[in-house]
Design a protein around this ligand. Structure first.
Ligand code: A2H
Length: 254
C-alpha cells in the first residue's frame, strides 16, 4: 500500500435494467431499492465521455446497504473502507451486506453514467480489474484511458469469446478534452503509436496511461460540459464538486 493515500472520486452509476445473467437471489435481495454501481476514478473531468462500465468477470462483488433506500454494488473490501469513512448511513463499522454476486453475472446490465453525454451504458467485462484497488467497478472513458480504449477494441473484435452482445459495446469514444500532443482522442493516438495489441499489453498500456494523464492534466482544455474552454487542471476539482453536490459522487480514499 502506498504511503500517501489515493483520493478517488467515487461515481455512482444507477442500475436501470439488469442483464440477462443476473440471478434471482440478487433480484430478491434488491427488492424495490435503488442500486448504484460505484466506480472509483482519478479523472472526474472525463466523466462526460463514459461509454461503458467495466467489472472483473471473475471478481466477487456484494450488494451493500448504503441507506434505507439505496444499495451499492462494489467489492467487499471497498465497502469495508467506505463504512470506516462514514459513507454509509449506519454508524461507523457496521457492515451491511445483503447479497453476493460474481462480476460476470452483471455483464449486459444497463446503468446511467453520471454527467455522461450518453445517458445509458452497458456493463462489460475487463480482464485486468484488480480486486485490491478502488471498488472493482471501473467506468469506461475510451477517449482518454488507453486501458478502456484497448479493452473496447478487444471486446468488439471477439464478442462471442467475451460472451457479450455486440450492441453492448456499440458506443464510440466521445471527445471531452483536447491537448496539443494528442488532440481529442489521446487513448486512441497512444494505443496506435505504441502498437498496443490487447488489454494484456500492460507495460505499454502503463506508459500510455502515464503520458495521457500528464498531457491531459498540464496541457488539456475541456471541449464539453460546464467548464468547456477551461484547463483540465481547473475543471477537475470543479466537475468533482458538482457531482458531489448533486449526490452523484463522493470522496473515497485508500
Ligand atoms: B480511471 P490508480 Cl479517463 N482495477 O478513471 C483496475 N483499474 C482500476 C480499478 C481497478 N480495481 N479501479 C479504478 N481503476 C482505474 C477514468 C480514467 C482513469 C481515465 C484515464 C486514466 C485513468 C476512466 N476509466 O486511470 O492505480 C480507473 O480509471 C489512470 C490513472 O489508483 C482509475 O481512474 O492510479 C484508475 O484506474 C486508478 O488507478
Amino acid at each position: 500500500e502506498a504511503v500517501n493515500p489515493q483520493e478517488y472520486t467515487a461515481v455512482k452509476m444507477e442500475v436501470l435494467e439488469w442483464g440477462p445473467t443476473v440471478g434471482n437471489e440478487l433480484l430478491q435481495a434488491v427488492g424495490g431499492k435503488k442500486v448504484w454501481m460505484v466506480a472509483a476514478t482519478l479523472r472526474p473531468e472525463t466523466m462526460y465521455g463514459q461509454t461503458n462500465c467495466f467489472v472483473g468477470p471473475t471478481l466477487k462483488y456484494g450488494l451493500f446497504e448504503a441507506s434505507d433506500s439505496d444499495l451499492f454494488l462494489i467489492t467487499e473490501r471497498s465497502a469495508r473502507n467506505m463504512a470506516f469513512q462514514g459513507v454509509f448511513d449506519q454508524s461507523q463499522g457496521v457492515f451491511p451486506k445483503v447479497c453476493d454476486v460474481i462480476g460476470g453475472d452483471l455483464v449486459g446490465t444497463k446503468v446511467r453514467p453520471p454527467f455522461g453525454l450518453v445517458p445509458e451504458v452497458y456493463v462489460l467485462p475487463m480482464e485486468g480489474v484488480l480486486a485490491t484497488k478502488g471498488t472493482g467497478v471501473v467506468t469506461s472513458v475510451p477517449s482518454d484511458s488507453p486501458d478502456d480504449y484497448r479493452t473496447l477494441l478487444d471486446l468488439r473484435k471477439k464478442p462471442e469469446m467475451y460472451k457479450i452482445k455486440p450492441e453492448w459495446a456499440a458506443v464510440d469514444p466521445i471527445p471531452v478534452l483536447s491537448t496539443p500532443k494528442y488532440g481529442d482522442m489521446a487513448a486512441e493516438v497512444l494505443c496506435t503509436q505504441f502498437k498496443i495489441q490487447s488489454q494484456r499489453d500492460t507495460k505499454a498500456l502503463a506508459e500510455a496511461k502515464d503520458l495521457a494523464y500528464k498531457e491531459g492534466f498540464y496541457n488539456g482544455v475541456m471541449t464539453v460540459g460546464d467548464f468547456k474552454g477551461t484547463t483540465v487542471a481547473e475543471a477537475k476539482p470543479k466537475v468533482r464538486q458538482q457531482m458531489i453536490e448533486q449526490g452523484l459522487a463522493f470522496a473515497y480514499a485508500e
